[in-house]
Design a binder for this molecule. Structure first.
Ligand code: ADP
Length: 610
Protein backbone atom coordinates (compact mmCIF):
# COMPACT_ATOMS: atom_id res chain seq x y z
CA UNK A 1 0.00 0.00 0.00
CA UNK A 2 1.33 3.42 -0.90
CA UNK A 3 -0.61 5.33 1.68
CA UNK A 4 0.90 8.22 3.56
CA UNK A 5 0.04 6.41 6.77
CA UNK A 6 2.03 3.20 6.90
CA UNK A 7 3.56 4.68 10.00
CA UNK A 8 0.08 5.19 11.50
CA UNK A 9 -0.84 1.59 10.76
CA UNK A 10 2.35 0.45 12.48
CA UNK A 11 1.62 2.72 15.47
CA UNK A 12 -1.93 1.39 15.65
CA UNK A 13 -0.78 -2.27 15.60
CA UNK A 14 1.94 -1.56 18.15
CA UNK A 15 -0.50 0.19 20.50
CA UNK A 16 -2.98 -2.62 20.04
CA UNK A 17 -0.55 -5.39 20.96
CA UNK A 18 0.87 -3.31 23.78
CA UNK A 19 -2.62 -3.15 25.25
CA UNK A 20 -3.82 -6.68 24.48
CA UNK A 21 -0.56 -8.54 25.37
CA UNK A 22 -1.54 -11.89 26.91
CA UNK A 23 -5.10 -11.74 25.62
CA UNK A 24 -3.77 -11.31 22.09
CA UNK A 25 -1.64 -14.44 22.50
CA UNK A 26 -4.58 -16.44 23.90
CA UNK A 27 -6.68 -15.26 20.98
CA UNK A 28 -3.93 -16.18 18.53
CA UNK A 29 -3.53 -19.61 20.12
CA UNK A 30 -7.29 -20.20 19.85
CA UNK A 31 -7.13 -19.09 16.24
CA UNK A 32 -4.45 -21.65 15.46
CA UNK A 33 -6.57 -24.33 17.16
CA UNK A 34 -9.54 -23.12 15.14
CA UNK A 35 -7.56 -23.32 11.93
CA UNK A 36 -6.30 -26.79 12.77
CA UNK A 37 -9.74 -28.12 13.72
CA UNK A 38 -11.11 -26.67 10.50
CA UNK A 39 -8.21 -28.28 8.58
CA UNK A 40 -8.80 -31.68 10.17
CA UNK A 41 -12.51 -31.30 9.39
CA UNK A 42 -11.57 -30.71 5.75
CA UNK A 43 -9.21 -33.69 5.67
CA UNK A 44 -12.03 -35.85 6.98
CA UNK A 45 -13.64 -35.37 3.59
CA UNK A 46 -11.10 -37.81 2.14
CA UNK A 47 -12.41 -40.87 4.05
CA UNK A 48 -15.96 -39.67 3.38
CA UNK A 49 -15.34 -39.61 -0.34
CA UNK A 50 -13.61 -42.97 -0.11
CA UNK A 51 -16.37 -44.53 2.00
CA UNK A 52 -18.96 -43.06 -0.35
CA UNK A 53 -17.25 -45.00 -3.15
CA UNK A 54 -15.77 -42.06 -5.09
CA UNK A 55 -13.09 -43.44 -7.42
CA UNK A 56 -9.61 -43.01 -6.02
CA UNK A 57 -6.72 -43.80 -8.26
CA UNK A 58 -3.94 -41.33 -7.45
CA UNK A 59 -0.93 -42.45 -5.48
CA UNK A 60 -0.93 -39.37 -3.28
CA UNK A 61 -4.63 -39.86 -2.57
CA UNK A 62 -4.01 -43.30 -1.32
CA UNK A 63 -1.12 -41.82 0.66
CA UNK A 64 -3.45 -39.34 2.42
CA UNK A 65 -6.05 -42.04 2.86
CA UNK A 66 -3.61 -44.50 4.36
CA UNK A 67 -2.40 -41.72 6.72
CA UNK A 68 -6.00 -41.21 7.89
CA UNK A 69 -6.54 -44.98 8.10
CA UNK A 70 -3.40 -45.19 10.29
CA UNK A 71 -4.86 -42.47 12.51
CA UNK A 72 -8.11 -44.48 12.90
CA UNK A 73 -6.10 -47.56 13.79
CA UNK A 74 -4.02 -45.64 16.33
CA UNK A 75 -7.18 -44.59 18.19
CA UNK A 76 -8.57 -48.16 17.83
CA UNK A 77 -11.57 -47.19 15.73
CA UNK A 78 -12.80 -48.88 12.56
CA UNK A 79 -12.89 -46.61 9.51
CA UNK A 80 -16.60 -46.91 8.87
CA UNK A 81 -19.02 -44.20 7.74
CA UNK A 82 -20.85 -43.83 11.16
CA UNK A 83 -17.51 -43.59 13.01
CA UNK A 84 -16.12 -41.10 10.50
CA UNK A 85 -19.33 -39.05 10.77
CA UNK A 86 -19.20 -39.08 14.60
CA UNK A 87 -15.59 -37.88 14.53
CA UNK A 88 -16.53 -35.21 12.00
CA UNK A 89 -19.42 -33.98 14.20
CA UNK A 90 -17.06 -33.98 17.22
CA UNK A 91 -14.43 -31.93 15.36
CA UNK A 92 -16.93 -29.40 14.04
CA UNK A 93 -18.57 -29.06 17.50
CA UNK A 94 -15.14 -28.50 19.05
CA UNK A 95 -14.52 -25.89 16.34
CA UNK A 96 -17.84 -24.18 17.13
CA UNK A 97 -17.03 -24.04 20.88
CA UNK A 98 -13.58 -22.62 20.19
CA UNK A 99 -15.08 -20.16 17.76
CA UNK A 100 -17.56 -18.87 20.34
CA UNK A 101 -14.83 -18.56 22.97
CA UNK A 102 -12.57 -16.73 20.60
CA UNK A 103 -15.39 -14.38 19.60
CA UNK A 104 -15.98 -13.44 23.25
CA UNK A 105 -12.25 -12.92 23.85
CA UNK A 106 -11.99 -10.75 20.75
CA UNK A 107 -14.99 -8.66 21.82
CA UNK A 108 -13.28 -8.17 25.20
CA UNK A 109 -10.03 -7.12 23.53
CA UNK A 110 -11.82 -4.80 21.12
CA UNK A 111 -13.99 -3.00 23.69
CA UNK A 112 -11.17 -3.00 26.23
CA UNK A 113 -8.86 -1.34 23.70
CA UNK A 114 -11.47 1.31 22.85
CA UNK A 115 -12.09 1.95 26.55
CA UNK A 116 -8.34 2.23 27.14
CA UNK A 117 -7.90 4.76 24.31
CA UNK A 118 -10.94 6.75 25.43
CA UNK A 119 -9.92 6.88 29.11
CA UNK A 120 -6.34 7.76 28.21
CA UNK A 121 -7.44 10.64 26.00
CA UNK A 122 -10.03 11.90 28.49
CA UNK A 123 -7.51 11.88 31.35
CA UNK A 124 -4.99 13.78 29.24
CA UNK A 125 -7.58 16.29 28.13
CA UNK A 126 -8.68 16.89 31.69
CA UNK A 127 -5.10 17.49 32.81
CA UNK A 128 -4.23 19.67 29.83
CA UNK A 129 -3.34 23.29 30.28
CA UNK A 130 -6.32 25.69 30.43
CA UNK A 131 -4.98 27.76 27.56
CA UNK A 132 -4.78 24.67 25.38
CA UNK A 133 -8.39 23.83 26.22
CA UNK A 134 -9.55 27.33 25.30
CA UNK A 135 -7.76 27.08 21.97
CA UNK A 136 -9.64 23.93 21.00
CA UNK A 137 -13.27 23.65 20.06
CA UNK A 138 -15.14 21.58 22.61
CA UNK A 139 -17.09 20.03 19.71
CA UNK A 140 -13.82 18.68 18.27
CA UNK A 141 -12.88 17.10 21.58
CA UNK A 142 -16.34 15.55 21.97
CA UNK A 143 -16.17 14.31 18.39
CA UNK A 144 -12.87 12.51 18.92
CA UNK A 145 -13.86 11.10 22.31
CA UNK A 146 -17.17 9.72 21.09
CA UNK A 147 -17.59 9.17 17.36
CA UNK A 148 -13.94 8.80 16.32
CA UNK A 149 -13.05 6.36 19.07
CA UNK A 150 -16.21 4.44 18.24
CA UNK A 151 -14.88 4.17 14.69
CA UNK A 152 -11.54 2.99 16.05
CA UNK A 153 -13.46 0.27 17.92
CA UNK A 154 -15.19 -0.74 14.71
CA UNK A 155 -11.86 -0.76 12.89
CA UNK A 156 -10.36 -2.91 15.65
CA UNK A 157 -13.20 -5.38 15.20
CA UNK A 158 -12.16 -5.64 11.54
CA UNK A 159 -8.49 -5.84 12.45
CA UNK A 160 -9.30 -8.87 14.62
CA UNK A 161 -11.39 -10.36 11.79
CA UNK A 162 -8.44 -9.74 9.47
CA UNK A 163 -6.12 -11.71 11.76
CA UNK A 164 -8.69 -14.51 12.20
CA UNK A 165 -9.29 -14.87 8.49
CA UNK A 166 -5.55 -14.60 7.82
CA UNK A 167 -4.68 -17.46 10.19
CA UNK A 168 -7.51 -19.69 8.95
CA UNK A 169 -6.59 -18.97 5.33
CA UNK A 170 -2.98 -19.93 6.11
CA UNK A 171 -4.18 -23.32 7.42
CA UNK A 172 -6.31 -23.84 4.30
CA UNK A 173 -3.33 -23.01 2.12
CA UNK A 174 -1.19 -25.48 4.12
CA UNK A 175 -3.66 -28.30 3.50
CA UNK A 176 -3.99 -27.35 -0.16
CA UNK A 177 -0.19 -27.46 -0.47
CA UNK A 178 -0.22 -30.97 1.01
CA UNK A 179 -2.63 -32.01 -1.74
CA UNK A 180 -1.08 -30.25 -4.73
CA UNK A 181 1.72 -27.68 -4.83
CA UNK A 182 1.22 -26.52 -8.45
CA UNK A 183 -2.54 -26.17 -8.07
CA UNK A 184 -2.16 -24.21 -4.82
CA UNK A 185 0.43 -22.06 -6.59
CA UNK A 186 -2.08 -21.25 -9.35
CA UNK A 187 -4.77 -20.38 -6.80
CA UNK A 188 -2.38 -18.14 -4.84
CA UNK A 189 -1.17 -16.43 -8.00
CA UNK A 190 -4.81 -15.66 -8.92
CA UNK A 191 -5.41 -14.28 -5.43
CA UNK A 192 -2.26 -12.11 -5.59
CA UNK A 193 -3.28 -10.69 -8.97
CA UNK A 194 -6.71 -9.83 -7.57
CA UNK A 195 -5.18 -8.21 -4.45
CA UNK A 196 -2.80 -6.07 -6.49
CA UNK A 197 -5.60 -5.00 -8.84
CA UNK A 198 -7.60 -3.93 -5.79
CA UNK A 199 -4.87 -1.77 -4.27
CA UNK A 200 -6.43 1.50 -5.48
CA UNK A 201 -9.49 0.61 -3.41
CA UNK A 202 -7.33 0.83 -0.25
CA UNK A 203 -6.36 4.39 -1.12
CA UNK A 204 -9.98 5.28 -1.85
CA UNK A 205 -11.05 3.82 1.47
CA UNK A 206 -8.44 5.87 3.32
CA UNK A 207 -9.45 9.08 1.55
CA UNK A 208 -13.11 8.48 2.36
CA UNK A 209 -12.07 7.80 5.98
CA UNK A 210 -10.39 11.23 6.04
CA UNK A 211 -13.47 12.89 4.57
CA UNK A 212 -15.74 11.11 7.09
CA UNK A 213 -13.53 12.43 9.89
CA UNK A 214 -13.85 16.02 8.66
CA UNK A 215 -17.57 15.83 7.95
CA UNK A 216 -18.40 14.22 11.28
CA UNK A 217 -16.38 16.98 12.93
CA UNK A 218 -18.64 19.45 11.12
CA UNK A 219 -21.70 17.61 12.38
CA UNK A 220 -20.53 17.80 16.00
CA UNK A 221 -19.73 21.48 15.64
CA UNK A 222 -23.13 22.19 14.09
CA UNK A 223 -24.98 20.34 16.88
CA UNK A 224 -22.93 21.73 19.77
CA UNK A 225 -23.04 25.31 18.57
CA UNK A 226 -26.73 25.15 17.82
CA UNK A 227 -27.68 23.59 21.13
CA UNK A 228 -25.38 26.01 22.98
CA UNK A 229 -27.05 29.02 21.40
CA UNK A 230 -30.55 27.69 20.83
CA UNK A 231 -32.14 30.50 22.81
CA UNK A 232 -30.37 33.18 20.75
CA UNK A 233 -31.17 31.26 17.54
CA UNK A 234 -34.85 31.25 18.43
CA UNK A 235 -34.84 34.92 19.36
CA UNK A 236 -33.25 35.83 16.00
CA UNK A 237 -35.47 33.39 14.08
CA UNK A 238 -32.25 31.75 12.92
CA UNK A 239 -33.44 28.17 13.44
CA UNK A 240 -33.88 27.69 9.72
CA UNK A 241 -30.21 28.49 9.07
CA UNK A 242 -29.17 25.94 11.68
CA UNK A 243 -31.53 23.40 10.17
CA UNK A 244 -30.08 24.03 6.70
CA UNK A 245 -26.49 23.71 7.98
CA UNK A 246 -27.34 20.53 9.82
CA UNK A 247 -29.13 19.00 6.85
CA UNK A 248 -26.26 19.88 4.54
CA UNK A 249 -23.61 18.27 6.83
CA UNK A 250 -25.87 15.27 7.30
CA UNK A 251 -26.25 14.92 3.53
CA UNK A 252 -22.45 15.01 3.25
CA UNK A 253 -22.17 12.14 5.70
CA UNK A 254 -24.75 10.13 3.80
CA UNK A 255 -22.86 10.70 0.52
CA UNK A 256 -19.57 9.59 2.08
CA UNK A 257 -21.00 6.41 3.57
CA UNK A 258 -22.62 5.59 0.24
CA UNK A 259 -19.25 6.16 -1.46
CA UNK A 260 -17.65 3.80 1.02
CA UNK A 261 -20.39 1.24 0.43
CA UNK A 262 -19.62 1.54 -3.31
CA UNK A 263 -15.94 0.86 -2.67
CA UNK A 264 -16.91 -2.21 -0.65
CA UNK A 265 -19.45 -3.27 -3.28
CA UNK A 266 -16.95 -2.83 -6.13
CA UNK A 267 -14.38 -4.88 -4.24
CA UNK A 268 -16.84 -7.66 -3.57
CA UNK A 269 -18.11 -7.69 -7.16
CA UNK A 270 -14.58 -7.82 -8.49
CA UNK A 271 -13.78 -10.67 -6.14
CA UNK A 272 -16.85 -12.65 -7.09
CA UNK A 273 -16.06 -12.34 -10.79
CA UNK A 274 -12.35 -12.90 -10.20
CA UNK A 275 -13.07 -16.00 -8.11
CA UNK A 276 -15.14 -17.59 -10.87
CA UNK A 277 -12.40 -16.84 -13.41
CA UNK A 278 -9.78 -18.23 -10.98
CA UNK A 279 -11.77 -21.41 -10.33
CA UNK A 280 -12.28 -21.92 -14.06
CA UNK A 281 -8.52 -21.52 -14.73
CA UNK A 282 -7.87 -23.76 -11.78
CA UNK A 283 -10.32 -26.41 -12.94
CA UNK A 284 -9.01 -26.34 -16.49
CA UNK A 285 -5.38 -26.71 -15.29
CA UNK A 286 -6.32 -29.47 -12.83
CA UNK A 287 -8.21 -31.56 -15.36
CA UNK A 288 -6.51 -30.63 -18.63
CA UNK A 289 -2.90 -30.09 -17.60
CA UNK A 290 -2.04 -31.64 -14.22
CA UNK A 291 -4.61 -34.48 -14.30
CA UNK A 292 -5.26 -34.29 -10.55
CA UNK A 293 -6.98 -37.38 -9.01
CA UNK A 294 -10.70 -36.94 -8.56
CA UNK A 295 -10.72 -37.12 -4.73
CA UNK A 296 -8.05 -34.45 -4.50
CA UNK A 297 -9.69 -32.36 -7.15
CA UNK A 298 -12.98 -32.34 -5.25
CA UNK A 299 -11.20 -31.50 -2.01
CA UNK A 300 -9.11 -28.77 -3.63
CA UNK A 301 -12.19 -27.23 -5.19
CA UNK A 302 -13.92 -27.42 -1.80
CA UNK A 303 -10.93 -25.74 -0.12
CA UNK A 304 -10.61 -22.99 -2.72
CA UNK A 305 -14.32 -22.39 -2.76
CA UNK A 306 -13.92 -21.60 0.94
CA UNK A 307 -10.59 -19.84 0.64
CA UNK A 308 -11.49 -17.30 -2.03
CA UNK A 309 -14.35 -15.73 -0.01
CA UNK A 310 -11.91 -15.62 2.92
CA UNK A 311 -9.56 -13.55 0.75
CA UNK A 312 -12.49 -11.33 -0.05
CA UNK A 313 -13.22 -10.95 3.68
CA UNK A 314 -9.55 -10.23 4.31
CA UNK A 315 -9.65 -7.46 1.75
CA UNK A 316 -12.89 -6.04 3.16
CA UNK A 317 -11.56 -6.07 6.74
CA UNK A 318 -8.47 -4.32 5.49
CA UNK A 319 -10.58 -1.64 3.79
CA UNK A 320 -12.45 -1.03 7.05
CA UNK A 321 -9.18 -0.89 8.95
CA UNK A 322 -7.67 1.64 6.54
CA UNK A 323 -10.89 3.65 6.59
CA UNK A 324 -10.64 3.89 10.38
CA UNK A 325 -7.01 5.10 10.45
CA UNK A 326 -7.86 8.84 10.15
CA UNK A 327 -10.01 8.47 13.29
CA UNK A 328 -7.11 6.81 15.11
CA UNK A 329 -4.78 9.59 13.90
CA UNK A 330 -7.19 12.24 15.20
CA UNK A 331 -7.22 10.54 18.61
CA UNK A 332 -3.43 10.13 18.83
CA UNK A 333 -2.82 13.68 17.57
CA UNK A 334 -5.11 15.06 20.21
CA UNK A 335 -3.46 12.89 22.85
CA UNK A 336 0.01 14.10 21.82
CA UNK A 337 -1.07 17.72 21.93
CA UNK A 338 -2.69 17.25 25.36
CA UNK A 339 0.47 15.62 26.69
CA UNK A 340 2.59 18.40 25.27
CA UNK A 341 0.35 20.98 26.94
CA UNK A 342 -0.02 19.09 30.20
CA UNK A 343 -0.68 21.28 33.19
CA UNK A 344 2.43 21.25 35.27
CA UNK A 345 0.64 20.99 38.62
CA UNK A 346 0.77 17.98 40.85
CA UNK A 347 -2.48 16.56 42.17
CA UNK A 348 -0.72 14.33 44.70
CA UNK A 349 -0.76 16.72 47.62
CA UNK A 350 -4.32 17.70 48.49
CA UNK A 351 -3.49 19.87 51.48
CA UNK A 352 -4.95 23.35 50.73
CA UNK A 353 -2.75 26.44 51.02
CA UNK A 354 -4.20 28.70 53.70
CA UNK A 355 -4.12 32.36 52.84
CA UNK A 356 -2.82 34.43 55.77
CA UNK A 357 -1.28 37.60 54.35
CA UNK A 358 -2.53 37.96 50.81
CA UNK A 359 -1.85 37.61 47.12
CA UNK A 360 0.67 39.81 45.34
CA UNK A 361 1.28 40.33 41.63
CA UNK A 362 4.82 41.54 40.90
CA UNK A 363 5.28 42.96 37.39
CA UNK A 364 3.10 40.19 36.01
CA UNK A 365 2.76 40.05 32.22
CA UNK A 366 0.75 37.65 30.16
CA UNK A 367 0.05 37.20 26.46
CA UNK A 368 -2.08 34.54 24.82
CA UNK A 369 0.00 34.22 21.71
CA UNK A 370 3.76 34.10 22.10
CA UNK A 371 4.21 35.11 18.46
CA UNK A 372 2.26 38.34 18.88
CA UNK A 373 3.78 41.21 20.75
CA UNK A 374 0.59 42.47 22.41
CA UNK A 375 -0.03 41.59 26.03
CA UNK A 376 -3.37 40.88 27.71
CA UNK A 377 -1.73 42.05 30.95
CA UNK A 378 1.50 44.02 31.12
CA UNK A 379 3.73 44.52 34.15
CA UNK A 380 0.85 44.42 36.57
CA UNK A 381 1.53 45.14 40.26
CA UNK A 382 -1.43 44.48 42.54
CA UNK A 383 -1.81 43.35 46.14
CA UNK A 384 -4.91 41.54 47.37
CA UNK A 385 -4.68 41.66 51.18
CA UNK A 386 -6.14 38.67 53.04
CA UNK A 387 -9.71 39.04 54.37
CA UNK A 388 -10.20 42.27 52.40
CA UNK A 389 -12.36 42.90 49.40
CA UNK A 390 -10.69 44.03 46.18
CA UNK A 391 -12.73 45.02 43.17
CA UNK A 392 -11.36 44.87 39.63
CA UNK A 393 -12.99 47.20 37.14
CA UNK A 394 -12.21 48.16 33.57
CA UNK A 395 -13.68 48.29 30.10
CA UNK A 396 -14.26 45.17 28.09
CA UNK A 397 -10.95 43.62 26.97
CA UNK A 398 -9.01 45.36 29.77
CA UNK A 399 -7.71 42.02 31.09
CA UNK A 400 -10.04 41.36 34.04
CA UNK A 401 -10.79 37.71 33.19
CA UNK A 402 -7.13 37.10 32.38
CA UNK A 403 -6.25 38.44 35.83
CA UNK A 404 -8.77 36.08 37.45
CA UNK A 405 -7.35 33.12 35.52
CA UNK A 406 -3.84 34.05 36.65
CA UNK A 407 -4.97 34.24 40.29
CA UNK A 408 -6.36 30.69 40.00
CA UNK A 409 -3.20 29.45 38.33
CA UNK A 410 -5.12 28.56 35.17
CA UNK A 411 -2.70 30.75 33.27
CA UNK A 412 1.01 31.10 34.00
CA UNK A 413 2.62 34.55 33.68
CA UNK A 414 5.11 34.93 30.87
CA UNK A 415 6.98 37.41 33.09
CA UNK A 416 6.78 38.49 36.73
CA UNK A 417 5.69 36.56 39.79
CA UNK A 418 2.50 35.81 41.68
CA UNK A 419 3.08 35.37 45.42
CA UNK A 420 0.71 33.67 47.82
CA UNK A 421 1.71 34.73 51.33
CA UNK A 422 5.11 35.80 49.95
CA UNK A 423 5.76 32.40 48.36
CA UNK A 424 5.73 32.16 44.56
CA UNK A 425 2.80 30.30 43.04
CA UNK A 426 4.83 27.65 41.26
CA UNK A 427 3.17 24.95 39.12
CA UNK A 428 3.83 22.48 41.94
CA UNK A 429 1.69 24.57 44.33
CA UNK A 430 -1.17 25.33 41.96
CA UNK A 431 -3.28 22.28 42.77
CA UNK A 432 -3.04 22.97 46.51
CA UNK A 433 -3.80 26.63 45.95
CA UNK A 434 -6.95 25.86 43.97
CA UNK A 435 -8.18 23.87 46.95
CA UNK A 436 -8.51 27.22 48.73
CA UNK A 437 -10.24 29.12 45.95
CA UNK A 438 -13.96 29.35 45.22
CA UNK A 439 -14.54 30.72 41.76
CA UNK A 440 -18.01 31.90 40.84
CA UNK A 441 -18.03 32.76 37.12
CA UNK A 442 -20.52 34.92 35.27
CA UNK A 443 -21.80 31.93 33.38
CA UNK A 444 -22.64 29.64 36.26
CA UNK A 445 -21.84 26.00 35.66
CA UNK A 446 -24.80 23.96 36.85
CA UNK A 447 -25.71 20.56 35.55
CA UNK A 448 -28.95 18.73 34.95
CA UNK A 449 -29.41 17.20 38.38
CA UNK A 450 -30.75 18.03 41.82
CA UNK A 451 -29.67 21.07 43.81
CA UNK A 452 -28.07 18.66 46.29
CA UNK A 453 -26.00 16.97 43.58
CA UNK A 454 -24.92 20.36 42.22
CA UNK A 455 -23.76 21.43 45.67
CA UNK A 456 -22.08 18.13 46.57
CA UNK A 457 -20.05 18.33 43.36
CA UNK A 458 -17.42 20.39 45.21
CA UNK A 459 -17.63 18.51 48.52
CA UNK A 460 -19.19 15.07 48.21
CA UNK A 461 -19.08 14.41 51.97
CA UNK A 462 -20.91 17.60 53.04
CA UNK A 463 -23.81 16.97 55.41
CA UNK A 464 -27.33 18.43 55.33
CA UNK A 465 -26.44 21.08 57.90
CA UNK A 466 -23.47 22.33 55.88
CA UNK A 467 -25.62 22.52 52.75
CA UNK A 468 -28.29 24.64 54.40
CA UNK A 469 -25.64 26.80 56.06
CA UNK A 470 -24.09 27.83 52.73
CA UNK A 471 -27.52 28.23 51.16
CA UNK A 472 -28.44 30.55 53.99
CA UNK A 473 -25.26 32.66 53.62
CA UNK A 474 -25.92 32.92 49.88
CA UNK A 475 -29.55 33.87 50.48
CA UNK A 476 -30.59 30.79 48.51
CA UNK A 477 -32.26 28.94 51.39
CA UNK A 478 -35.59 30.70 50.78
CA UNK A 479 -36.14 29.66 47.18
CA UNK A 480 -34.71 26.17 47.71
CA UNK A 481 -37.02 25.41 50.63
CA UNK A 482 -39.99 26.68 48.62
CA UNK A 483 -39.28 24.25 45.79
CA UNK A 484 -41.44 21.14 45.53
CA UNK A 485 -38.63 18.75 46.45
CA UNK A 486 -36.32 21.17 48.26
CA UNK A 487 -32.69 20.10 47.87
CA UNK A 488 -33.79 17.20 45.71
CA UNK A 489 -35.38 19.38 43.04
CA UNK A 490 -33.92 18.84 39.57
CA UNK A 491 -32.90 22.20 38.12
CA UNK A 492 -32.79 21.30 34.40
CA UNK A 493 -30.07 21.57 31.81
CA UNK A 494 -27.52 24.19 32.99
CA UNK A 495 -30.02 25.19 35.67
CA UNK A 496 -32.56 26.36 33.12
CA UNK A 497 -35.43 26.14 35.62
CA UNK A 498 -33.81 28.80 37.84
CA UNK A 499 -33.67 32.55 37.36
CA UNK A 500 -30.31 34.23 36.66
CA UNK A 501 -30.11 35.46 40.25
CA UNK A 502 -31.03 32.07 41.72
CA UNK A 503 -28.34 30.41 39.63
CA UNK A 504 -25.75 32.92 40.87
CA UNK A 505 -26.77 32.41 44.49
CA UNK A 506 -26.63 28.64 44.11
CA UNK A 507 -23.20 28.88 42.47
CA UNK A 508 -22.06 31.10 45.34
CA UNK A 509 -23.36 28.56 47.88
CA UNK A 510 -21.49 25.82 46.11
CA UNK A 511 -18.28 27.83 46.14
CA UNK A 512 -18.62 28.48 49.85
CA UNK A 513 -19.22 24.83 50.65
CA UNK A 514 -15.54 24.04 50.30
CA UNK A 515 -14.75 26.71 52.92
CA UNK A 516 -12.43 28.70 50.68
CA UNK A 517 -9.87 31.28 51.72
CA UNK A 518 -10.39 33.21 48.51
CA UNK A 519 -13.71 33.98 46.89
CA UNK A 520 -13.17 34.98 43.28
CA UNK A 521 -16.36 36.35 41.87
CA UNK A 522 -17.04 37.40 38.31
CA UNK A 523 -20.15 39.49 38.61
CA UNK A 524 -22.92 38.78 36.11
CA UNK A 525 -23.03 41.55 33.50
CA UNK A 526 -26.61 40.86 32.56
CA UNK A 527 -29.03 42.86 34.62
CA UNK A 528 -30.34 40.98 37.61
CA UNK A 529 -33.65 42.06 39.02
CA UNK A 530 -33.39 44.47 41.92
CA UNK A 531 -34.30 41.87 44.53
CA UNK A 532 -31.72 39.34 43.34
CA UNK A 533 -29.00 41.94 43.08
CA UNK A 534 -29.69 43.10 46.62
CA UNK A 535 -29.67 39.54 47.95
CA UNK A 536 -26.36 38.65 46.31
CA UNK A 537 -24.73 41.80 47.57
CA UNK A 538 -26.00 41.19 51.07
CA UNK A 539 -24.51 37.69 50.88
CA UNK A 540 -21.15 39.10 49.88
CA UNK A 541 -21.21 41.61 52.73
CA UNK A 542 -21.97 38.80 55.14
CA UNK A 543 -18.70 37.21 54.06
CA UNK A 544 -16.75 40.43 54.33
CA UNK A 545 -13.80 40.07 56.71
CA UNK A 546 -14.16 36.30 56.93
CA UNK A 547 -12.35 35.51 53.71
CA UNK A 548 -10.48 37.27 50.93
CA UNK A 549 -12.80 38.51 48.21
CA UNK A 550 -11.71 39.48 44.71
CA UNK A 551 -14.59 40.60 42.58
CA UNK A 552 -14.67 41.50 38.91
CA UNK A 553 -17.27 44.16 39.29
CA UNK A 554 -19.71 45.58 36.81
CA UNK A 555 -21.89 47.54 39.22
CA UNK A 556 -21.21 50.65 41.21
CA UNK A 557 -23.14 49.28 44.16
CA UNK A 558 -20.77 46.31 44.40
CA UNK A 559 -17.56 48.27 44.52
CA UNK A 560 -18.71 51.03 46.80
CA UNK A 561 -17.64 49.27 49.96
CA UNK A 562 -14.57 47.51 48.53
CA UNK A 563 -11.34 48.08 50.45
CA UNK A 564 -9.58 48.73 47.21
CA UNK A 565 -10.59 49.22 43.59
CA UNK A 566 -8.15 48.37 40.82
CA UNK A 567 -8.86 49.98 37.46
CA UNK A 568 -7.48 48.06 34.49
CA UNK A 569 -7.21 49.40 30.96
CA UNK A 570 -5.42 47.86 28.00
CA UNK A 571 -3.85 45.24 30.24
CA UNK A 572 -2.31 47.75 32.66
CA UNK A 573 -3.27 48.97 36.09
CA UNK A 574 -4.17 52.60 35.53
CA UNK A 575 -5.64 53.51 38.90
CA UNK A 576 -5.90 52.03 42.37
CA UNK A 577 -7.67 53.34 45.43
CA UNK A 578 -10.78 53.37 47.51
CA UNK A 579 -14.10 54.58 46.19
CA UNK A 580 -13.63 58.02 47.72
CA UNK A 581 -10.08 58.36 46.38
CA UNK A 582 -11.02 57.41 42.84
CA UNK A 583 -14.27 59.34 42.77
CA UNK A 584 -12.44 62.50 43.85
CA UNK A 585 -10.65 62.80 40.48
CA UNK A 586 -12.98 64.08 37.84
CA UNK A 587 -10.63 63.18 34.94
CA UNK A 588 -9.85 59.67 36.14
CA UNK A 589 -10.40 56.51 34.12
CA UNK A 590 -12.72 55.42 36.89
CA UNK A 591 -14.97 58.41 36.25
CA UNK A 592 -14.93 57.74 32.50
CA UNK A 593 -15.99 54.14 33.16
CA UNK A 594 -18.96 55.38 35.11
CA UNK A 595 -19.86 57.97 32.52
CA UNK A 596 -19.33 55.53 29.65
CA UNK A 597 -21.70 53.00 31.22
CA UNK A 598 -19.04 50.30 31.82
CA UNK A 599 -20.16 50.31 35.42
CA UNK A 600 -23.88 49.96 35.77
CA UNK A 601 -25.75 51.94 38.34
CA UNK A 602 -27.46 49.84 40.92
CA UNK A 603 -30.91 48.54 40.20
CA UNK A 604 -31.40 47.48 43.74
CA UNK A 605 -31.76 50.83 45.34
CA UNK A 606 -28.36 50.78 47.01
CA UNK A 607 -27.14 54.33 46.69
CA UNK A 608 -23.93 54.58 44.77
CA UNK A 609 -23.09 58.06 45.81
CA UNK A 610 -22.54 59.44 42.34
P1 ADP B 1 -11.92 41.42 30.05
O1 ADP B 1 -12.23 40.27 30.96
O2 ADP B 1 -11.50 42.63 30.78
O3 ADP B 1 -13.02 41.72 29.10
P2 ADP B 1 -10.00 39.61 28.93
O4 ADP B 1 -9.09 39.27 30.04
O5 ADP B 1 -11.03 38.62 28.57
O6 ADP B 1 -10.66 41.01 29.16
O7 ADP B 1 -9.13 39.88 27.62
C1 ADP B 1 -7.95 40.65 27.63
C2 ADP B 1 -7.34 40.58 26.22
O8 ADP B 1 -6.93 39.26 25.95
C3 ADP B 1 -8.30 40.96 25.12
O9 ADP B 1 -7.58 41.68 24.15
C4 ADP B 1 -8.77 39.64 24.56
O10 ADP B 1 -9.05 39.75 23.20
C5 ADP B 1 -7.56 38.75 24.78
N1 ADP B 1 -7.98 37.37 25.07
C6 ADP B 1 -8.78 36.94 26.04
N2 ADP B 1 -8.91 35.61 26.03
C7 ADP B 1 -8.15 35.16 25.00
C8 ADP B 1 -7.85 33.87 24.46
N3 ADP B 1 -8.35 32.76 24.99
N4 ADP B 1 -7.04 33.80 23.39
C9 ADP B 1 -6.51 34.91 22.85
N5 ADP B 1 -6.74 36.15 23.31
C10 ADP B 1 -7.56 36.30 24.37
Amino acid sequence: MTLPDKEILRTYIWEFFLFARLKAFVSLFLLILLGLSEGIGLLMLIPFLHLAGVADTGASTSGSLSFIADLFRAIHLPMTLPVALCIYVGIISFHAILSRWQMVINAGINHGFTRFLRNRLYDSLTHADWLFITRNRSADMTHVLTSELQRVGYGTHHFLLFISNGVISAVHIGIALMLSVPMTGIALACAMIMLSLLRPQNRKSYRIGMAIHRTMQGLYTAVTEHLGGIKAAKSYNAEQRHIQDFHSVNRGIETLFIRFAKVMGDTQMFYNIGSVVAISIFFYSAVGIFRIPLTHLLLLIFIFARLLPKFSLLQQSYLHLVNMLPAFTAATDMLDRCRLEKENSSALCTDPIRLEKGIAFHRVSFRYDKKVNSYALYEVDITFPARCMTAIVGPSGAGKSTLADLIMGLLIPVAGRILIDDIPLTPQRIYRWRQSVAYVPQETFLFHDTIRANLLWVKPDANEEELWEVLRISAADGFVSEMAFGLDTVIGDRGIRLSGGEKQRLALARGLLRKPDLLLLDEATSALDAENERRIQESIWKLYGKLTIVIIAHRLSTIRKADSIVVLDGGRVVETGTWCELAAHSNSKFQSLIKGGDLQKSLGGITDGI
